[in-house]
Design a protein. Structure first.
Length: 207
């Protein structure tokens, strides 16, 4: 079953990465035009990714599985709290960004209102955010995902495999995003990287 889970996850990761690649956006730009990509690409990308995620998790959930470790109630509750912390961290991060634009709805609404498209290739008017949670860690959304996937209270073969693969994909995604942000914001982002940790805030140590 592990190989089946890996295959399902790899198929999802390849689809997700392919849709996020600049080459794919360039291809759609040549086929459908820059305006179409600015208005609709992000929304299409999010819908396909969400549907692929739901399908992948549904298939994995239906596969035969074996429990590796069922922790005692106290440990299970603690792991659940860490997952809740991840969920709250994710929600708090979304409050700092334009979530409607992030999922592509704002671009489509602007188009319906007759407003011209703006922003980058996906119509996102991105600014370098360094305050709030982004002042403590560079990738709070990825940290949230790692918390949620790592601390699944009942550890089974299939879901342990998913957790490891998901965590690796989050880490990979952070490096890819940083490369993109360096290209866009240059020295400003390089200075930000020097000051703020990638996933976990620095804990000040007393002397």
């Amino acid at each position: 079953m592990i190989l089946t889970v890996i295959l399902i996850f790899v198929c999802f990761a390849l689809l997700h990465s392919l849709l996020a690649a600049d080459r794919t956006k360039d291809l759609f730009t040549r086929l459908a035009g820059r305006g179409f990509v600015k208005v609709f690409y992000r929304l299409i990308y999010v819908i396909i990714s969400a549907a692929a995620s739901a399908a992948a998790f549904r298939i994995i959930y239906m596969l035969p599985d074996t429990v590796i470790w069922a922790p005692p109630p106290t440990v299970k509750a603690f792991m659940g709290l860490l997952q809740l912390a991840g969920l709250l961290l994710g929600l708090a991060t979304f409050s700092l960004i334009d979530s409607m634009e992030f999922i592509g709805l704002k671009q489509a609404i602007r188009h319906i209102k007759g407003e011209p498209p703006s922003g980058d290739a996906e119509g996102i008017n991105q600014r370098l955010t360094t305050g709030g949670l982004y002042g403590a860690m560079r990738h709070p959304l990825y940290t949230a995902g790692i918390l949620i996937f790592t601390f699944i209270p009942v550890i089974t073969v299939n879901w342990l495999t998913v957790s490891v693969l998901a965590d690796l994909y989050f880490i990979y995604g952070a490096f890819i995003e940083e490369r993109r942000l360096l290209k866009r914001f240059g020295q400003d982002y390089r200075e930000y990287m020097k000051k703020v940790p990638r996933f976990l805030p620095r804990i000040p140590l007393g002397r």
